[in-house]
Design a protein around this ligand. Sequence first.
Ligand code: NAI
Length: 345
Amino acid sequence: MKIAVFSNKPYTERTFQSANESYGHQLCFFEERLNHHTADLAAGCEAVCVFVNDELGEPTLKRLSNLGVQLIALRCAGFNNVDLYAAERLGLSVVRVPAYSPYAVAEHTLGLILALNRQIHRAHGRIREANFSLEGLLGFDLHGTPAGIIGTGKIGAIVARILHGFGCPLYAYDTRANPECEALGVQYVSLDDLYRQSCIITLHCPLTPQTHHLIDAAAIEKMQDGVMLINTSRGALVDTKAAIDGLKSGRIGYLGLDVYEEEADLFYEDLSNKIIQDDIFARLMMFPNVIVTGHQGFFTQNALLAIADTTLANVVAFEKGVCQNTVLCRHVISSNHSVVKGLVS
Ligand code: NAI
């Protein structure tokens, strides 16, 4: 199949070219992000391959459909950037990579927790300037520190296992309990109880209309003073302005973000010679107790290879009329119209 690969980076192209040796698709790489202005680049292609910050709202999907595109192949797990209702109306199928390396994101989450607690980012800067003072770098033992996990699917369950290894008492909130976590001794509680009991809160649920700004001013108000908040899931789970207020008041003592609600205008580009126009992001950068990474939780060799392989296999499955790793599939839609509603509600 001829596939237009949007938001291409050198590492994407290398990995996809290598994986494609076993599949033989025709790959056309474009650095541009997909949106309704750039959709025409997919002319002549039957599939588009897209990433987290490509915009697949109705106008983009209409253009793609008019060009004869039949398949949206997401090379990521989340699908919050696709208007699934519009895709269904237009008869477009949508596939994704539900699991590539949940360890990659879980381990990055722990990286943020450890770095924030022991202030490794600040210690590194100090030592390079021959400042060997420990003042201001005091941390706490993770052992015995209660942690709350929101979303205990593939990634959240691994985070639970790792934190269990550190000796943290664990609380969780999910719409359905994970027996693997229950077996570890994780206690499922209400969101309010999780906020009240946890010194560390880490987010691993998807972004949906229900979870948009899950962490807002009211939620932060219920948390412990000096709580550590970690988001490696999707930026808009956190109301960033409310998080800034929480940092200013001290309610939030540490903030670790791998994702940011307005990241599409920033992440994955070298903007070091540009003036950052996003004042909210600029304010975040002023706090010594904030670490932001640029949506790199997934970025390990193992995960990249698995993403490329699964994406290309998804396209083959679609060509054969088999639905695999499907968010939305023409073959499923024709027999079960509730598929979209079920996924996004
Ligand atoms: P998953 O589907 O295995 O687990 C998600 C869990 O969230 C499920 O247990 C589900 O029941 C739960 N959930 C759904 N709605 C909820 C709600 N309203 N409140 C609480 N829990 C809810 O997904 P997985 O693979 O663990 O990924 C989690 C998220 O991580 C993805 O949605 C994606 O946004 C993010 N992600 C981030 C990456 C990065 O590079 N930073 C890479 C991959 C995923």
